[in-house]
Design a protein around this ligand. Structure first.
Ligand SMILES: [Zn+2]
Length: 240
């Protein structure tokens, strides 16, 4: 599903564009092909790659926003197809050795978010990136921005397109200004407070979240709303 001249939504469990346990998966045009952001829940990863080929081009790499299963578990299948998976150092540690407890899957199974038989597959990403630096994938440059809070390893990716500045924001901030604070290991309001400034005043046009609808213009307003709520005394609105 195209979202602009260089951008497509290639997976979404909520829209049943792909497997129901997939987060939103995006593809963006790069000089060498399509760069995907996140890899879905791993139950039908081929559909994500097919949708990327049909809309943007041949997948040349996948960036992870964080290691939660609905974002990371398509990774091994992508790697078998020759699509390298790129993650932050903190995500790489969780991907290598994280347990289902550490990744929030135990609680998610209890709440029916994942089926009881779902198993997290540990794996090694192909490359790691450091928040606060830039990474080039398929000839396209992305700025890696630390935005912990939803998860201890969470990062966002900023990149420039002909349609404006795009932010792949993962599960950190949603278009209505809400955050996603979970009652699982790694989720922390203090981390949100310390990192939200990394995304303030960045002139974001398109804000592309890991769930729900994207916001194609004025994305910065959503970040500012979340940041202002994080300055208050009460827990900000949080997506469930
Ligand atoms: Zn998540």
């Amino acid at each position: 599903m195209r979202l602009g001249s260089s951008l497509a939504l290639v997976g979404s469990g909520e829209a049943r564009l792909s497997d129901r346990y997939d987060c939103n998966v995006y593809a963006i045009e790069a000089p060498d092909g399509a760069v995907l952001v996140d890899t879905g829940g791993g139950r039908a990863p081929q559909r994500l790659l097919e949708h990327a080929r049909e809309t943007i081009g041949a997948p040349v790499g996948a960036l992870l926003t964080h290691a939660h299963a609905d974002h990371s578990q398509g990774g091994p299948a992508f790697q078998r197809e020759g699509v390298p998976v790129i993650a932050s150092e903190a995500s790489a540690t969780l991907l290598r050795t994280g347990t289902e407890e550490e990744l929030g899957i135990v609680a998610a199974k209890r709440d029916g978010v994942y089926p009881a038989e779902y198993e997290f597959a540990n794996y090694e990403p192909d490359r790691t990136v450091v928040p606060g630096t830039a990474v080039t994938v398929g000839g396209r440059e992305f700025e890696v921005v630390s935005l912990r809070g939803h998860a201890s390893d969470h990062v966002c990716y900023l990149t420039e397109t002909d349609d404006g500045r795009v932010c792949f924001v993962g599960d950190a901030v949603y278009p209505d200004g809400s955050i996603s604070l979970l009652n699982v290991p790694g989720s922390s309001l203090a981390a949100y407070r310390s990192d939200i400034d990394n995304l303030r005043g960045r002139g974001i046009d398109a804000l592309l979240p890991g769930h729900g609808l994207p916001r194609l213009e004025g994305g910065q307003e959503c970040v500012e709303l979340a940041a202002e709520a994080l300055e208050g005394m009460y827990v900000p609105p949080s997506r469930t």
